[in-house]
Every structure is written in C-alpha cells, then in structure tokens.
Design a protein around this ligand. Structure first.
Ligand SMILES: [Zn+2]
Length: 107
C-alpha cells in the first residue's frame, strides 16, 4: 500500500500536512509535527487530540522494546499484549514504525 505525505504552506504562513492513502485522508496542522522527547509526551498529545483510539491510516507491526513481543498497532495508542508497555504515535508520523514511541508500562 502506498502512503503519501505532503505539506502545504497556507496563506497565513502555517504549515498543514496531508497524509493519505487510497482509502483515507488525514489532514493535520503544525501542532502535530512537533518533535517529542519521549513516548509519554506523544501519548499525552494523542489522547488530548482524540487520536489515541482512532484507527491508524495503516496498522504498523512493531516489536516491543521491553519484551520483544511483536504486535500490530491498529490505533494511534497501542499496548503490548504481553508486558503492557504503552506505545503512541501521532497521525502525522504514523507511516513509519520507527516513529512509534514507548510511554511506559500501563501508562
Ligand atoms: Zn512487551
């Protein structure tokens, strides 16, 4: 499946992002593009923005940093079924498993 990412400079100078594939499109604003120091910040952000329980544009297969379990992130917030480590990724970065960050067990 191909996923496209484009950034668009708007009239007021702010940057908006579009991520889309054949099925769905997500339109984001600059707030989403910020970098995060740790997974807790990511999870806080996606919970605040309401993305945590929303399905990913494409589910990502990730490997748990803690226990090595491989599982699929189907929503922007995911939890390792084996050890309970919580993971988060912002919609703008949800195209690459490298961007999924661990927030902590049962965070
Ligand atoms: Zn685990």
């Amino acid at each position: 499946m191909q996923v496209y990412k484009t950034s668009i400079r708007q009239g007021d100078g702010s940057l908006s992002y579009q991520i889309y594939n054949n099925e769905r499109m997500i339109k984001m604003h600059e707030g989403c593009s910020g970098s995060f120091e740790n997974g807790k910040q990511v999870v806080d952000k996606i919970r605040m923005m309401g993305f945590a329980k929303q399905p990913m544009i494409m589910p990502l297969d990730i490997k748990c940093e803690e226990c090595g379990e491989e599982f699929t992130m189907e929503t922007h917030e995911g939890k390792c079924p084996k050890c309970g480590m919580v993971y988060g990724v912002t919609p703008c970065h949800a195209f690459d498993p490298k961007n999924v960050m661990a927030a902590g067990k049962d965070y």
